[in-house]
Write a protein that binds this ligand. Structure first.
Ligand SMILES: Nc1ncnc2c1ncn2[C@@H]1O[C@H](COP(=O)(O)OP(=O)(O)OP(=O)(O)O)[C@@H](O)[C@H]1O
Length: 330
């Protein structure tokens, strides 16, 4: 649905030039939720604004629903943008208009007749669960309700893709969750394709099928969230869990980090190490997270005993990725 090839964006010239995006390529398949994850200044806003040409790329190609965006003239670009919805961190609602009038605004622009407009607004408000608020003004809404209006407005023209620019960054965790649930629900119910940018790992964890990690304008990793989360060396997994502390092993002890995913997370690993291999297991840290429909985990422990090698080989056979930090040969 969205294909970006070798995208480059440079702001300014000469000594002042800032390379915001460098050779960025990605593909957002129809019906998927694709997250671009990056820290402040990584180039996320620039990237999403290049998709609807709010920002003109320096070079490279942006194809939305089969149409190359970078070569369109103004009139064609306006038409193309009608099929690209966008939501923002700060909502950008019109305060002098009611909720229904805000949602109706893009329909007025594309020339919907009044009766059709009213029916469509009803439908959109019901889609985002705000039927009751049609006549209310934005100032009377909570942040989460304002974002629901933003989503209804973005969906007014039945866009092929929804761009989300840090849509939950101004919301508290509970409201964030309800907005993410709504986006996932829209993705499932009406097959909405979503390209979102975020600096929050939890957004990727909760709703994204695919992710690209952006650092200093370059994509350093991309793929299915489920698959990357199962790869111990992936940046995604490392970002999920805090960095392992550098702990000194006691004499005779071995420190290991165990990474596991899927059904392995349900295995009684620790008790097996203790009972079957006679090891002392001192847990230093442990985390299990839900990622999409699977669980991933990381456990750091200090092991003492004579059958450490046999215990580690049992873990390996189970599908656990074992990293040794400090090994003391007995
Ligand atoms: N209009 C501009 N003129 C010059 N430099 C810019 C402009 N917009 C962005 N930049 C620079 O481009 C780089 C990427 O900025 P961008 O806003 O895309 O990053 P971001 O990942 O969205 O960051 P944030 O999360 O803080 O918004 C930064 O170094 C920024 O200073």
């Amino acid at each position: 649905m969205v294909t970006i090839n070798n995208l480059r964006k440079v702001y300014g010239r000469g000594k002042e030039a800032v390379v915001a995006l460098d050779d960025v390529s990605l593909e957002v398949p129809q019906g998927e939720i694709f997250g671009v994850l990056g820290q402040s200044g990584a180039g996320k806003s620039t990237l999403i604004r290049c998709v609807n040409l709010l920002e003109q790329p320096t070079s490279g190609s942006v194809i939305v629903d089969g149409q190359e965006m970078t070569t369109l003239n103004d009139a064609a670009l306006r038409r193309a943008r009608q099929h690209i919805g966008m939501i923002f961190q700060h909502f950008y609602l019109l305060n002098s208009r009611t909720v229904a009038e805000n949602v109706a605004f893009p329909l007025e622009v594309i020339g919907y007749k009044r009766a059709d407009r009213e029916a469509r607004v009803q439908e959109l408000l019901s889609l985002v669960g705000l039927e009751e608020k049609a006549r209310v003004y934005p100032a009377q809404l909570s942040g989460g309700q304002k974002q629901r209006v933003g989503i209804a407005r973005a969906l007014a023209g039945s866009p092929k893709v929804l761009l989300s620019d840090e849509a939950t960054s101004a919301l508290d965790p509970q409201t964030t969750r309800s907005i993410l649930d709504l986006l996932r629900d829209l993705n499932q119910r009406i097959g909405l394709t979503i390209l979102l940018i975020t600096h929050e790992m939890s957004v990727v964890r909760q709703i994204c099928h695919r992710v690209a990690i952006l650092e200093e304008g370059r994509i350093v990793e991309q793929g299915y969230v489920n698959e990357l989360a199962a790869l111990p060396e992936s940046r995604l997994l490392q970002a999920f869990f805090p960095q392992v502390r550098d702990i000194q092993a006691r004499p005779g002890a071995t420190i290991v980090t165990l990474a596991f995913s899927g059904t392995v997370a349900e295995q009684p690993m620790v008790s097996t190490l203790i009972r079957r291999f006679g090891l002392d297991v001192n847990i230093l840290s442990a985390n299990i997270e839900e990622v999409g429909d699977q669980r991933i985990g990381q456990l750091q422990a200090e092991l003492v005993g004579e059958q450490i090698d046999a215990g580690l080989s049992y873990l390996h056979d189970l599908g656990v990725h074992v990293k040794l930090h400090q090994e003391v040969h007995l």
